[in-house]
Ligand binder design. Structure first.
Ligand SMILES: [Zn+2]
Length: 459
């Protein structure tokens, strides 16, 4: 699935890869935007002012990170209009139209964004409004947005300079490119990159409080820094799906990097670039990642090619992996955080494919997953039951009758005439989820093909 699949990559990686930093900006979401509207154009000496700050921060950051910059970082100031141009160009280059489309179809098929949502436009508007600065690995230059909030700009610079230093030691473009087609692996790497930058920013603020105090004006006191990332996202009305995806690399990543640092020092953090975590599961459970005895690398899960079984008009348009993090988001967005945690906890690997009918535009989703144990897979079936119940209760969805068997091996959602429209089937620790079944489709045949590809048939 192109980039779109599940955003991790799309959003995450793509934007993260260029070092666009929503985080620092999001700290002041709302506040920043309100003041920006009144901000004068960047003064002509803004670039010089920023460069002076960059040199100061580089020196401090070297002490915090206990590592030197190999080169001085070039920096400049962008207006929002320049940022929009930059982001549009990046979007076209890294997320071509058909991949964007696949991502959006997937997010809708999973029920994570509403049908009417234009994901690309939402993402772009959101980033243009909220990005406070970015480091561009292609040009090795750092940009911050013209803004009257000096305190905000300072923290953005710290974060972006952390990226500049990362890029000097470990080529960030290459780091991301190696996992370009696997959203969950890309998300894990984004957590390393953004998590380290956030962790460094936090330590920097603790170690150099005077630098900030001198810059803080009445309008941007310490309250700014306490402003929560998620709270900020909620305030500007970001869809919960984007909000979850955009904040995880910063918050989940920072928690992960902090544990790695506590356990093995900066050497262990540096090793995350040579030996990256392989999934969001490892970001969520750093204690297992760090303990060789408990380490659980993800399983590659094969998905069946269902094109022929679906019919002549059907094409595969996108394929990717959810990973533990997005599996949890998928269920949580259906309104059940408890089942989301229980269901996703035993995740061991997954794959999904989106198919579309060229004649009708209808979408069909196949998701296959493997869990650590039969019990874990049964928890996920229970979570999927709740997802389907929730979807069938939405105003524009036809009412579906959702039933699960006693052994938690199967859940089926049937329409008014008893035809299956979605189903989940479990064999041991393996699970198949099919959504978008239509009248006339061979539901049993599709399920059998998906299970067979998983190696689960006949168990
Ligand atoms: Zn960043």
């Amino acid at each position: 699935m192109g980039r779109t699949a599940f955003p991790e990559r799309a959003v995450g990686r793509r934007w993260g890869r260029r070092g666009c930093c929503v985080a620092a900006v999001l700290l002041a979401a709302g506040l920043a935007r309100a003041q920006e509207e009144e901000a004068p154009a960047a003064p002509s000496d803004a670039g010089g002012e920023v460069l002076a700050l960059v040199r100061e921060i580089e020196g401090n950051l070297e002490r915090v990170r206990e590592r030197e910059f190999l080169l001085p970082t070039d920096a400049g100031v962008h207006t929002r209009e320049q940022l929009r141009e930059y982001l549009c160009a990046q979007l076209d280059q890294e997320l071509p139209p058909e991949k964007r489309r696949g991502w959006e179809l997937a997010a809708k098929a999973f029920g994570m964004i509403p049908e009417e949502c234009d994901l690309e436009q939402t993402l772009l508007d959101f980033l243009v409004a909220q990005v406070g600065g970015f480091y561009d690995p292609a040009t090795k230059k750092l940009y911050c947005m013209s803004s009257p909030l000096k305190l905000l700009n300072y923290t953005v610079l710290v974060h972006e300079l952390a990226h500049a230093q990362q890029d000097q030691y470990d080529d960030l473009e290459r780091y991301y490119d190696a996992v370009r087609d696997h959203d969950d692996r890309a998300l894990a790497r984004q957590c390393v990159v953004e998590g380290e930058a956030q962790f460094l920013t936090e330590r920097y603020l603790a170690e150099f409080p005077d630098a900030l105090a001198a810059l803080a004006s009445e309008g941007d006191s310490g309250e700014l820094l306490k402003f929560g990332l998620q709270q900020g996202l909620a305030q500007i009305g970001a869809p919960p799906y984007l909000s979850a995806l955009l904040t995880f690399p910063y918050l989940g990543g920072m928690r992960f990097v902090r544990q790695v640092k506590d356990r093995g020092g900066w050497e262990a953090v540096a090793d995350l670039y040579a030996h990256p975590p392989l999934s969001s599961e490892q970001i969520l459970h750093p204690e297992k990642f760090l303990d060789p005895a408990q380490r659980d690398d993800p399983t590659d899960v094969p998905a069946a090619d269902l094109c022929a079984a679906l019919g002549a008009d059907w094409q595969a348009v996108y394929a990717n992996a959810l990973g533990e993090f997005q599996t949890e988001v998928f269920v949580r967005l259906a309104g059940d955080p408890v089942r989301a945690l229980r269901g996703s906890y035993g995740w061991d690997g997954d794959r999904y494919c989106v198919y579309q009918c060229s004649a009708t535009g209808a979408v069909f989703l196949q998701w296959v997953a493997v869990f650590d144990s039969e019990n874990d897979a049964a928890e996920m079936i229970d979570a999927l039951r709740r997802v389907l119940e929730r979807r069938s209760s939405l105003p524009d969805a036809g009412r579906l009758d959702v039933k699960m068997d006693a052994e938690k091996e199967r859940v089926t959602a049937r329409d008014a005439v008893g035809a299956p429209r979605a189903l989940a089937a479990r064999r041991g620790e393996k699970l198949v989820y099919l959504f978008g079944l239509e009248a006339g489709m061979d539901a049993a045949g599709l399920e059998g093909a998906a299970l067979q590809a998983l190696g689960a048939q006949g168990e």
